[in-house]
Ligand binder design. Structure first.
Ligand code: NAP
Ligand code: GDD
Length: 336
C-alpha cells in the first residue's frame, strides 16, 4: 500500500486530503505540533481520526522533520503546514517566514539527503501574485503584498529550484482560496456563515467585516485536494494553478450565505458606514469596521486553471452558490 505523509494534517486541507488518500488505499501519516489540547476536531468530524498515524513534527524543529522523514521515507509528502492567516502575518512576520519559507528548505534538503524518491507537494498560493489582476495562470509574475505571500513565494521558488537542480519529483500547487465547513473561523467565509447562523438562531450581533469589495476565487476544499494528489501521479513534478475561474466579492458571498439562511439582506450606507439589514426582520446582519482592513490589500484574485484541466483532468465540482449554501447550513445545523 502506498504511504503518504501530510504536514498540517489537523488543518482544513490536511483533513480532506487524508480522507481522500484513505479512500484510495493509502497508509496515511500526519505531522502534528505539540499543543496543550490536541486539535483533532476536523479529523474526528470526517470520521478518520483513528485511521491516520500521527507523529510529533513541528516545522520549526529540524530534528523532528528529519526523524519522521528518515523513519518513514513516504512515497508522497504533502507539505500543508503553515501559518496560513494572511492578516496575522503582519503581526508575526518572522514566525510566518520561518514556518512558511525556511522550513520548506529544511524539508526539501532532508528529502534530498534521505528520501530522494519521495514525491513532494508544496502548498503554494494565489496570494503570491499580489494585485496583478486578470485571470492568473502559472506564468503570472509573483508580486506578493503580505509577509505571508512573500514567505510562500520563497518556498515556491525553492521547490522549483530543487526540482531543476536535483531532478526530484516536486510540485507546487498554486491554489486559490478554498473553503468548507471545516474552514478556520477567522477566515472571512466561515466568519460570515458562522455569524449569520448565530443571528438566525437569535444569538449574536452583526458580523463585523473589513473590505467588502475584495474579490476572491472561492472553491470547495474537498474539490481542491484532489488536484494535489493528481499532481503527484504525473511522471514528473510541475506547477499548477488550481482555481474555479469565478471571482466573488466578500459582500456577494455574504448575500449568498444570508439567502441560504432565509434572510433578505438590504444594504444601507456606503464605504465605512455600510451595513446590511434583513428586510423582513430589520435585524442588522453585518457592518463594516475600519480595524479589519489590511495594511495592503489584494483587490481581486481569479485563477485560470487551464493547465490543471488539461494535464491533470481536474475540474471543480462545487460552485460559489453551492459552497455558500453548504457552509451556512452546516453552521446553522451545528447550532441547532
Ligand atoms: P489551516 O487550516 O490553517 O491548517 C494549517 C495547518 O498547519 C494546521 O494543521 C496547523 O497545525 C499546521 N501548522 C502550523 N504551524 C505549524 C508548525 N510550526 N509545525 C507543524 N504544523 C504547523 O490551513 P489550510 O486552509 O488547511 O491550508 C493548507 C495549506 O495550504 C497552508 O499551507 C496554506 O497556507 C495553503 N493554502 C491554503 C489556501 C486556502 O484557501 N485554504 C489557499 C492556498 C494555499 P495546528 O492545528 O496545530 O494549528
Ligand atoms: N479574514 C477576514 N476577516 N477577511 C476579511 C474580513 C474579515 O473580517 N473582511 C473582509 N475581508 C477580506 C480580506 O481583506 C480579504 O480580501 C478577503 O476578505 C479574504 O480574506 P481571508 O478569508 O482571510 O483569506 P485570504 O484571501 O486573505 O487568504 C486565504 O486564501 C489564500 C489564497 O489566496 C488563506 O487561506 C491563505 O492561507 C491562502 O493562501
Amino acid at each position: 500500500m502506498p504511504t503518504a505523509f501530510i504536514t498540517g494534517i489537523t488543518g482544513q486541507d490536511g483533513a480532506y486530503l487524508a480522507r481522500f488518500l484513505l479512500a484510495r488505499g493509502y497508509v496515511v501519516h500526519g505531522g502534528m505540533r505539540r499543543v496543550s489540547q490536541p486539535r483533532l476536531a476536523r479529523l474526528e468530524r470526517l470520521g478518520i481520526a483513528d485511521r491516520v498515524h500521527l507523529h510529533e513534527c513541528d516545522l520549526l524543529d529540524l530534528a523532528s522533520i528529519q526523524r519522521v522523514l528518515r523513519d518513514l521515507r513516504p512515497d508522497e509528502l504533502y507539505n500543508l503546514a503553515a501559518q496560513s492567516h494572511v492578516a496575522t502575518s503582519w503581526e508575526v512576520p518572522s514566525l510566518t517566514a520561518r514556518v512558511n519559507a525556511l522550513a520548506v528548505g529544511d524539508i526539501l534538503e532532508t528529502l534530498r539527503l534521505f528520501s530522494p524518491e519521495t514525491r513532494f507537494y508544496q502548498a503554494s498560493t494565489s496570494e503570491m501574485f499580489g494585485n496583478a489582476g486578470g485571470a492568473l495562470d502559472e506564468s503570472a509574475p509573483l508580486r506578493p503584498r503580505s509577509p505571508y505571500g512573500a514567505a510562500k513565494a520563497h518556498a515556491h521558488h525553492l521547490t522549483v529550484n530543487y526540482r531543476e537542480s536535483w531532478g526530484m519529483h516536486l510540485s507546487s500547487g498554486i491554489l486559490f482560496n478554498h473553503e468548507s465547513p471545516l474552514r478556520g473561523e477567522e477566515f472571512v467565509t466561515r466568519k460570515i456563515t458562522r455569524g449569520l447562523a448565530r443571528i438566525a438562531h437569535g444569538a449574536g450581533g452583526p458580523v463585523l467585516l473589513g473590505n467588502l469589495d475584495a474579490r476572491r476565487d472561492w472553491g470547495f476544499a474537498g474539490d481542491h485536494v484532489a488536484a494535489m494528489w493528481q499532481m503527484l501521479q504525473r511522471d514528473r513534478g510541475g506547477d499548477y494553478v488550481v482555481a474555479t475561474g469565478v471571482a466573488t466579492s466578500v459582500r456577494d458571498f455574504a448575500r449568498l450565505a444570508a439567502g441560504a439562511l432565509g434572510f433578505t439582506p438590504e444594504t444601507l450606507g456606503e464605504g465605512l458606514d455600510e451595513t446590511a439589514v434583513d428586510r423582513k426582520t430589520g435585524r442588522c446582519l453585518w457592518r463594516v469596521t475600519p480595524g479589519l482592513f489590511r495594511p495592503a490589500e489584494i483587490d481581486r484574485l481569479c485563477g485560470d486553471a487551464a493547465r490543471a484541466r488539461r494535464d491533470l483532468g481536474w475540474t471543480p465540482a462545487t460552485g460559489i452558490e453551492a459552497l455558500a449554501d453548504m457552509m451556512a447550513r452546516a453552521d446553522h445545523d451545528a447550532l441547532a
